[in-house]
Ligand binder design. Structure first.
Ligand code: DAT
Ligand code: MG
Length: 151
C-alpha cells in the first residue's frame, strides 16, 4: 500500500461538453486527495512530450491536434494505489469497451474523444505531474475528512 501520485486531465472534449465538474467529482467522491488543478491551453510541444511513447503511431498527429484543440483541465491526485484505481475509474481506452460506471463508459463513445487522461504507472504519474505543473502550483494539505477515509 504505497502513497502514489497520478496525473489526470480532462481533455478538450470534456471541457467543451461541460463535464469538468462531473469528472473531478468522481475522484473527489472516491476519496483521493487533490494536489493541483488548473485550466490550461496546452502547447504542441508539451502534448508531444506527454505522449512521446506513442510517437510514430498512425493516430499520433490527430491525437496531438485533439489534445491541443482547446483548454484542458490538469489535475494532480494523491492516494494509496491511486494510479491503478484512477485507471479503473476512467475505464478502457476505447469508450465502447469501457464498462458502464466508468467515466469513459458513461460519458464517451470514441477513442479519439475519450474525455480524460490518467497516468499508467506511478513513474509516469510523477513524470507527467512534473511536466504539466510548475513548482508552487501544487499544494500539500490534509483535508478535514482524512480520518474518515483511512483508519
Ligand atoms: P490511455 O489514454 O487509455 O492511457 P493510450 O495511452 O494507449 O491510452 O493512448 C493515449 C490516447 O491515444 C488514447 O486515450 C486515445 C489515443 N489512442 C490510443 N490508441 C489509439 C488507436 N488505436 N486509435 C486512435 N486513437 C488511439
Ligand atoms: Mg496512456
Amino acid at each position: 500500500e504505497e502513497v502514489e501520485e497520478t496525473y489526470i486531465m480532462v481533455k478538450p472534449d470534456g471541457v467543451q461538453r461541460g463535464l469538468v465538474g462531473e469528472i473531478i467529482s468522481r475522484f473527489e467522491k472516491k476519496g483521493f486527495l487533490l494536489k493541483g488543478l488548473k485550466l490550461f491551453q496546452c502547447p504542441k510541444e508539451l502534448a508531444e512530450e506527454h505522449y512521446k511513447d506513442l510517437k510514430g503511431k498512425p493516430f499520433f498527429p490527430k491525437l496531438i491536434d485533439y489534445v491541443t484543440s482547446g483548454p484542458v483541465v490538469c489535475m494532480a491526485w494523491e492516494g494509496v494505489g491511486v494510479v491503478a484505481s484512477a485507471r479503473k475509474l476512467i475505464g478502457a481506452t476505447n469508450p465502447l469497451q469501457a464498462e458502464p460506471g466508468t467515466i469513459r463508459g458513461d460519458l464517451a463513445v470514441q477513442m479519439g474523444r475519450n474525455v480524460v487522461h490518467g497516468s499508467d504507472s506511478p513513474e509516469n504519474g510523477k513524470r507527467e505531474i512534473a511536466l504539466w505543473f510548475k513548482e508552487g502550483e501544487l499544494c500539500s494539505w490534509v483535508p478535514i475528512q482524512a480520518p474518515w477515509l483511512r483508519e
